[in-house]
Design a protein around this ligand. Structure first.
Ligand code: NAP
Length: 294
């Protein structure tokens, strides 16, 4: 069978699946809306009864409860709780799953999750949709959040192929771009493009605030415009998310921070040495290469 026919067949199969979603917030709620729109049956679980009632009222889910036992018929379950609840949530819901159920999570760090959950459930595949907004909770859920966004799975050697293929078909229903890599490759990659920028941007704001001359600081605040808006945006975001990036992706973030520190030291040396040729070459290279990331 050709690959496209196989994928069509899998999509046909997953359309008839029951999807469990735990944590009906921005990501979980958006997954519920997108899968429901595609005709899948959705079972929602959330911490608050009011959130479950809202999800039912808005027809984001077919059933909803605060009790994990409602997931006993689910074919695939997405854990979409805040990152520090992913492992305890997986541990608590596993006893309620049927033996063939596929379990996945959406947390933005993968090594810790895979290491803790894969030994408990063979059909577990770590996942991370690279989509989001600054909002949180069920009211932030959006129908088209995942369209055109990358969605990466991080299986390990023992992950059954059928679990990966099933999730790939679901990701295709979301119209996301599918990627696959090892958990540590994921964590180092997001350290570079997501977690390091938060700490670079936060350090920028913090360094500006340490300006000792109040006249300079006040004038800097008055003059700050589009450049500062762009470079400070992620450092001015949700502190809890930034903290969790450092706590759960410490090794990869430290590696990127040290490399960045070396880069800054080199720039300082070049400027002190009036090596304008080298500075120009550096800036030409970064101008040329920026587009390869975006
Ligand atoms: P969120 O909007 O706060 O949603 C999480 C929801 O989980 C909350 O609305 C809460 O609903 C529910 N919840 C909290 N604790 C729970 C528990 N112990 N058991 C069951 N439900 C619980 O957060 P989010 O932005 O969707 O993030 C969820 C996950 O997605 C995180 O692991 C994060 O790393 C990942 N992620 C986030 C983004 C992003 O940009 N935000 C992007 C990619 C991946 P109630 O309390 O109302 O029931």
């Amino acid at each position: 069978m050709s690959l496209s026919k196989l994928i069509d067949k899998l999509i046909h199969t997953v359309i008839n699946m029951k999807i469990g979603i735990v944590g009906l917030g921005l990501i979980g709620g958006s997954l519920a809306i997108a899968f429901k729109k595609a005709g899948l049956e959705i079972i929602g679980v959330s911490r608050k009864a009011t959130t479950c009632a809202t999800a039912l009222e808005r027809q984001m889910v077919d059933q909803a409860s605060t009790d994990f036992s409602i997931l006993n018929g689910a074919d695939v379950v997405f854990v979409c709780t805040p990152i520090d609840y992913v492992i305890p949530t997986a541990k608590a819901l596993i006893p309620h799953l049927k033996p063939t159920a596929i379990l996945t999570d959406v947390a933005s760090v993968k090594g810790t999750m895979v290491q803790a959950i894969a030994p408990l459930w063979q059909n577990f595949v770590g996942g991370h949709p690279m989509a989001g907004t600054a909002e949180q909770g069920i009211d932030a859920a959006l129908e088209n959040l995942f369209i055109g966004a990358p969605y990466v799975l991080t299986p390990i050697e023992t992950t059954p192929q059928i679990a990966i293929d099933t999730l790939q078909s679901l990701i295709e229903i979301l119209e996301s771009h599918f990627y696959i890599c090892a958990p540590d490759i994921h964590d180092q990659s997001v350290a570079w493009i997501s977690h390091l920028p938060v700490y670079v941007s936060a350090s920028l704001i913090s360094a500006c605030l340490k300006e000792a001359n109040p006249d300079i600081l006040n004038m800097a605040k008055s003059l700050a415009s589009s450049g500062f808006r762009d470079t400070s945006r992620v450092g001015g975001g949700n502190p809890e998310l930034g903290l969790m990036m450092a706590q759960y992706n410490k090794k990869a973030l430290r590696r990127s921070l040290h490399a960045y520190q070396q880069e800054l030291n080199q720039v300082i040396e070049l400027i002190e040495a009036d090596n304008w040729e080298a500075i120009k070459t550096l800036l030409q290279e970064t101008q040329n290469q920026r587009g390869t990331f975006l």
